[in-house]
Design a protein around this ligand. Structure first.
Ligand code: BES
Ligand code: MN
Ligand code: ZN
Length: 496
């Protein structure tokens, strides 16, 4: 089940006054200064645009629709305020405001003249990527499970990015469309209810993707995990009626000699907390506890869709965390795949248990770099809110590369410490370590736990508990950090 809006994007050199588009979208700065394209329309219309400026504040995101301007071919001209924000935020907000306005207008096609703005030191390819992602984000829908089919589909079918069609811009467009597809997949998997989106469903989804894009896929079953000795993962899966899966999905777009990037995604399709049961309020949101896995599938879909010259292996440990007669109890000790033993003091700290076995398993692919992505701790939401993903790494160069890719993708991260000093909080009297480290620095001790399983690898951990979904009226998956993962992989492969 997926839904990709049929908006089509193209790059074409056009003049704003002669463009045969249903709607021409132009920018105006705070204080009424027009962009170059807007100035041309103003001249062609003998000052009609300047005259209209008193009806738009120029505040970021403000809009004004004008019709039938003299000397302008397009029926409608949509003015968007660019505000005074930093160039990047201003551009992004303007694109999103334009998309929202086009949606409300029911416009069928538009020429987005905002794209030729100079945005800080970013190249035009950056503008192209963010235009596509902004529009696609605004037009994403998840309504397959509503029975009222009368709600009209969004009308927008065509968006022209009026630039001269150079190869690097066409590449950026292709990258952005594939990234938007991957991000939409991640959103839909996140939004699906936990009775549909089970470990088996996600395994089937990976298999479907493998057929569509000719990827290699392998799904380990409970008995395989028992044979291997994945005691930590199996301890989490014990009480669920849904069988656990370990999904391995491989995309090889570069030569066989290039070591792959391993993306390890937490896939708890529902987290009740287990015997350490969570309170009832907002527990439904724990259907999003598979967002790490969703982002891995989304990123691989994007990279395969654009035939990116990279090798990526997705490793996805999938299960439910349920209470029950067979459930793991606080005090139980599990032996992980690595041989290290873990005293499970809180069954709600389950993410690190499935991840530690998946990380150990990932080592067999001899990856160049391992990145795990997980809705791991409530504490990261307290630390960073819903803006930045928590970044941890055992290699500073890797952390810097991920941060730069995140800024580029506007899917931002903030680095947290991973000093040895935190390790003592994981001390156990009865096993090699405990699975919790107390309230102080809860996200850091969670990452420190994972660090014990990745000592021999170049590794980073993304805690996306605050960024993978929105709560409240706008409840829903954000598709993050698909844009970051895609950008990181491409920069890793030498693409700008
Ligand atoms: N999936 C949750 C993390 C989470 C909590 C994400 C709230 C988003 C919002 C994770 O499995 C969990 O329950 N973590 C515990 C760890 C604690 C028991 C050490 C937490 O953060 O409370
Ligand atoms: Mn939990
Ligand atoms: Zn969880």
């Amino acid at each position: 089940m997926r839904y990709f809006p049929p908006v089509e994007f193209s790059i074409k050199a056009l003049s704003p006054e002669t463009a045969q588009a249903g709607c021409v979208v132009l920018g105006v700065h705070q204080g009424g200064e027009l962009t170059a394209a807007a100035r041309r329309v103003d001249q062609a219309s003998k000052g009609a645009l300047k005259k209209a400026l008193r009806d738009i504040s120029g505040r970021s995101g403000s809009t004004l629709l004008l019709r039938d301007l003299p000397g302008v071919a397009a029926e409608r001209v949509l003015l968007i305020g660019l505000g005074e924000k930093t160039a990047e935020a201003g551009y992004r907000d303007a694109v999103r405001a334009a998309a929202q306005a086009l949606k409300e207008l029911g416009a069928k096609d538009a020429a987005l003249f905002l794209v030729d703005m100079k945005v800080g030191s970013r190249p035009l390819s950056w503008n192209v990527r963010h235009a596509v992602l902004g529009v696609r984000d605004a037009f994403y829908r998840f309504d397959q499970l509503k029975s009222d089919k009368k709600a009209p589909a969004p009308a927008l079918a065509q968006v022209i990015l009026p630039l001269s069609p150079k190869a690097e811009l066409k590449n950026a467009l292709q990258e952005a469309v594939a990234t938007a597809d991957g991000s939409a997949l991640a959103k839909t998997l996140g939004n699906l209810p936990p009775n549909i989106c089970t470990p088996a469903y996600l395994a089937a989804e990976a298999e479907k993707m493998a057929r569509e894009f000719k990827l290699k896929v392998e799904v380990l079953e409970r008995k395989d995990m028992e044979k291997l000795g994945m005691g930590a993962l199996l301890a989490v899966a014990r009480a669920s009626h849904q069988p656990p899966k370990l999904i391995v999905l491989k995309y090889f777009g570069a030569g066989k000699n290039n070591k792959p990037i391993a993306l390890v995604g937490k896939d708890i399709t529902f987290d009740t907390g287990g015997i350490s049961l969570k309170p009832a309020g907002e527990m439904d949101e724990m259907k999003f506890d598979m967002s790490g896995a969703g982002s891995v599938l989304g990123a691989i879909r994007a990279l395969a869709g654009m035939k990116a010259p990279v090798n990526v292996i997705g490793v996805i440990p999938a299960c439910e965390n349920m209470p029950g007669g067979a459930a793991t109890k606080p005090g139980d000790i599990a032996t992980s795949l690595s041989g290290q033993t873990v005293e499970i003091l809180n069954t709600d700290a389950e993410g690190r248990l499935i991840l530690c076995d998946a990380l150990t398993y990932a080592a067999r692919f001899e990856p160049d770099t391992v990145i795990d992505i997980a809705t791991l701790t409530g504490a990261i939401v307290i630390a960073l809110g819903h803006v930045a993903t928590g970044l941890f790494a055992n290699d500073q160069k890797l952390a810097d590369e991920i941060r730069d890719a995140a800024d580029d993708a506007w899917d931002r991260v903030w680095q947290m410490p991973l000093w040895e000093d935190y390790q003592e909080q994981l001390r156990s009297n009865f096993a090699d370590m405990a699975n919790i480290g107390g309230r102080p620095g809860g996200s850091i001790t969670a990452a420190s736990f994972l660090a014990r399983f990745t000592r021999k690898m170049r590794w980073a951990h993304l805690d996306i508990a605050g960024t993978a979904w929105k709560s409240g009226r706008e409840k829903g998956s954000t598709g993050r950090p698909v844009p970051l993962l895609v950008r990181y992989a491409l920069r890793h492969a030498g693409r700008k």
